[in-house]
Design a protein around this ligand. Sequence first.
Ligand code: KIV
Length: 289
Amino acid sequence: MNASSPSPAQNQASTATLYGGVVNRRVTVRDLAAAKQRGEKWSMLTAYDALTAGVFDEAGTPVLLVGDSAGNCHLGYETTVPVTMDQMVMLAAAVVRGTKRAMVVADLPFGAYQESPAQAMHNAARLMKEAGVGAVKLEGGERSARAIELLVEAGVPVMAHVGLTPQSVHALGGYPVQGRGDEAAHQLLRDAKAVQQAGAFAVVLEAVPAELARQVTEQLAVPTVGIGAGADCDAQVLVWTDFAGMTAGRVPKFVKQYADLRAVLGDAARAFAEDVRGGAFPAPEHTFH
Ligand code: KIV
């Protein structure tokens, strides 16, 4: 068998259902391309640590994103801007160690790829060699196309991210919906086509009107991954702390909350404190003699 011919296991898995399909290897870019071909939608969740990632992996989530949303959702910053490469490598390595099957994609954080394609390559190689991720993600359409091209030529699978790009929060003056109006919609379409042309294997569309996201999804050969981009994208991504109800305060309109972990953990912490105060913990069964 030569390097380009798939093994029997690869052949079998790329035709098996992607979501929760039992395979003995990680999900690859070929599986995601095949899913688009047969019209199978898939989910992606963020993860920032080995334990949470392991839960999602066991549940069959095919793609886990070590997003730089770790900045606001895990590390306590206000935005994603302060996140460093060293932090991303540490978090991504933990997610890779905690999983067996999911494709792990890690974000190149702000300042890690905008200087030059060579800088992008240097930092993508760190994520692949030091953390072991299967792909990297970076923000920007036409403006990031040269960097994507170099990474893809070098063998790095790249997920692109257009529409609302949170690393530009200060330039955008917040997190406004993107692609509204003719000119903005045309630019977004150009951005999506530019990253596909550069070799991206998938494109995140964030905070984009559903009608425009549908148009982009129809016109691209590679899968679109929506977040606040309506129901017609090929895949959907949510930030895990939002979807599991860990986030304090308001969450964006596009979030559906699937659990209330903040309340569950808060109740558990209060019950523990009460048991300690009242002497009910530790009980004899928790005690060595
Ligand atoms: O950093 C992140 O979690 C992301 C998703 C919101 C797509 O980029």
